[in-house]
Design a protein around this ligand. Sequence first.
Ligand SMILES: [Fe+2]
Ligand SMILES: [Fe+2]
Length: 315
Amino acid sequence: MTVTPTAPLSQTALLIELEPVVAGNLDRHLRAAKEWFPHEYVPWGEGRTFDGILDGEAWQPEDSIVPEVARTALVVNLLTEDNLPSYHHQIATLFGRDGAWGTWVHRWTAEEGRHGTAIRDYLTVTRAVDPVALERARMTHMSAGYDNPHDDEVLHSLAYVSFQELATRISHRNTGRVTGDPRCEQLLARIAADENLHMVFYRNLLGAAFELAPSQAMRAVADVVADFQMPGNGIEGFARKSVAIALAGIYDLRQHRDDVLMPVLRQWDVWNVTGLDADGEAAREELAAQLDGLDRAAARFEEKRDARLARLARA
Ligand SMILES: [Fe+2]
Ligand SMILES: [Fe+2]
């Protein structure tokens, strides 16, 4: 079917046109989401009182059975969840608080809040990370807040969260594996299942936008892929931390391209979208070039990582 390009839709028109899709996907989400309780995932009996007010034992690195890189990833993941008020503000401002959009925004926020609670309780009780450093990092990170370059554009925001929720899912899953702690892995797998449902919600919405306004949707996707940054990128020392996380195979460029971007792009069938105007076509070409560039960068990183592993094995 060939669709004739039409004039771009305003942000308000996009929100109104997509509202029925939000309502349908909200119903689907509520049917699919499983109720779960953070407290059931935490081995409370292993907890010990800390030093300070209650005069218990100070945290020391030997308390943690979790490898250093897993600790780094756990802290990055938790700080990302912690910044929720800032994300909530962004999406509530953009999507509004009325109707199905508003119901979704609140539901999504409540689910993300559960993630932060569960991870923090787990890390504190099992003494997996330094609680003083964690609290200071939380204060610094949340004080900076969060904004993204496209926070006033509906389709850009939908494209961003489609990728970001899948990225978070993969990162939680792989972090769990690297902890070497089956209980932590179990908790992070539970959280990852939520992130997957979030991804499906946003992906379906942008999928509907591709039918409604294909050129605008394609432009949004190309722009977001070009400057994609994880929401934790404001965390102190993020560059160093993300290299450690990539070296450990928790989240790297290859996974970003092949396991996050590509499956979502395939669902939208971006290469076969019809009815694009000149800018839509240009955006699709930019997207293809971005993916090629990412492929080369991922290959370079993998080469370096393999060489480093070989060096370490010889040492
Ligand atoms: Fe989350
Ligand atoms: Fe999520």
